[in-house]
Design a protein around this ligand. Structure first.
Ligand code: NAD
Length: 417
């Protein structure tokens, strides 16, 4: 089948493209490269990249009109929970509204097969484990809500217009390709294994959120699934869509292993495999982080005929191999990011300078800056920048948008540093 993979320049999408190629399908990538990377497309040799927005109806008409597509795997989206709490508009727009545009384009062009990257975040904080597809969906953040809304729209299209839809609800995806060339070029700072690998490499600190969860060692427990097992499930879903009836089981399948690992267990495994020593900083729980998320993935195994053969060790080893290769590449985004991270004083300089600019402009007192810096430090490593500090001040209601724009303008005037 000719399969359009939206978000095929991203972490999951690039592995899905590889799995589709291995299964004999012909994938094409649609991506706006907002968090994706051309290099991850190029490494899937011969696969065309169509650069554009999945919410642009005219662009979608060109893509569907020009490529005789048989199916869509919709991986494009925003996927950082903390960012969704700060900026729900971005999440509902990208994951829900733009998803609707995609569904409409599929309807206009009579392409009715859809596999969707959904998430265990649709379940929220479950009362019982393991989580089955019948566990109530009660998302606790805008990310989960925006994904659930898309699921519900696409299921309505299945009932009304005969779409064949499978929402694959991923648990925590980890690892890299066995060829060592595809993996996480992580920029959000929220991904467990890349964070641990970075801490092991650089002897930097690792934030352990919550040490008093009701789990075997007090740290949160997650079901980690290898990205290649996950990608293989997508290829099987595309292949099998015509011979299954997704409406018979609610159009959604869990993709997890059924085995939970606590954060401390993953940390110990990373230390053992890399030989690196990780400095652990125990910090309070993050709001909305469930104690444990473990999947019952048996329905997906039966429906798709696939099983998860790779374990935690495989995930860590493949991710470590990938990051080593990337760090050795001159132009790798991962290398650039790591070099940047090793110069904390430069980043702090910029934050301090931003604070000075705002105080000097008479907009705020130093105390308010201190308070905003504390909030920024608690925000899981996302956005170390002075821009985020500005946005936090805006959220606090301490500064107006006009003042923020003015302060950012002054930041760009070297003479006023
Ligand atoms: N990684 C995980 O652990 C995980 C878990 C559950 C669900 N998911 C879902 O899997 C999907 C892929 O996640 P990922 O981890 O590979 O993230 P990613 O950021 O690497 O990939 C997302 C891709 O979508 C593209 N994109 C974003 N907005 C777009 C737009 N408007 N138009 C076109 N392309 C756009 C990005 O450029 C990127 O290539 C997401 O939908 C996410 O919600 C991921």
């Amino acid at each position: 089948m000719r399969v359009l993979v939206t978000g095929g320049a991203g972490y999951v999408g690039s592995h899905v493209v590889r799995a589709l190629l291995k299964a004999g399908h012909t994938p094409l990538v649609l991506d706006d490269l907002s968090t994706g990377h051309i290099s991850l497309v190029e490494r899937n040799e011969g696969v065309p990249l169509l650069v554009g927005d999945v919410g642009d109806a005219d662009f979608l008409d060109q893509v569907f009109g020009g490529h005789a597509l048989d199916a869509v795997v919709h991986c494009a989206g925003k996927a950082v929970i903390a960012e969704s709490v700060r900026n729900p508009e971005l999440y509902f727009d990208t994951n829900t509204v733009k998803g609707f545009k995609l569904l409409e384009a599929m309807r206009r062009h009579a392409v009715h097969r859809l596999v969707f990257s959904s998430t265990c975040a649709v379940y929220g904080v479950p009362d019982e484990l393991p989580i089955t597809e019948d566990t109530p969906c009660q998302p606790v953040n805008p990310y989960g809500a925006s994904k659930l809304a898309f699921e519900q729209m696409s299921h309505a299209y299945a009932r009304a217009y005969g779409f064949k839809v499978l929402a694959l609800r991923y648990f925590n995806v980890a690892g890299a390709s066995s060829e060592g060339d595809l993996g996480e070029l992580d920029f959000s700072g929220t991904r467990l294994i890349p964070n641990l690998l970075r801490a092991a490499r650089t002897e930097g600190a690792f934030n352990l959120y919550g040490n008093n969860y009701p789990t075997r060692d007090g740290s949160a427990e997650r079901d980690l699934i290898h990205v290649e097992d996950l990608a293989a499930a997508h290829a099987a879903a595309v292949t099998r869509l015509d011979i299954i009836d997704p409406l018979a089981f609610g159009c959604a399948l869990n993709l997890g292993t059924g085995r939970g690992s606590t954060v401390r267990e993953v940390l110990a495994a990373v230390q053992e495999i890399t030989g690196g020593k990780i400095m652990v900083r125990e910090v309070p729980r993050r709001v909305g982080d469930p104690p444990a998320l473990v999947a019952d993935g048996s329905l997906a195994e039966r429906v798709l005929g696939v099983s998860c053969t790779r374990n935690l060790d495989d995930m860590i080893r493949s991710a470590a191999e990938f990051s080593e290769r990337e760090l050795a590449r001159e132009n790798s985004p991962l290398r650039k990011r790591e070099l940047e991270a090793r110069r904390p004083e430069r980043k702090d300089d910029k934050k301090a300078r931003f604070g000075e600019v705002v105080v000097a402009a008479g907009f705020l007192s130093p105390d308010t800056i201190e308070e905003a810096l504390k909030i920024q430090a608690e925000r899981d490593g996302i956005g170390e920048s002075h821009q985020l500090l500005g946005l936090i001040l805006l959220e606090m209601g301490a500064i107006s948008s006009a003042q923020l724009i003015e302060a950012l303008r002054r930041m760009n005037e070297p003479a006023q540093a």
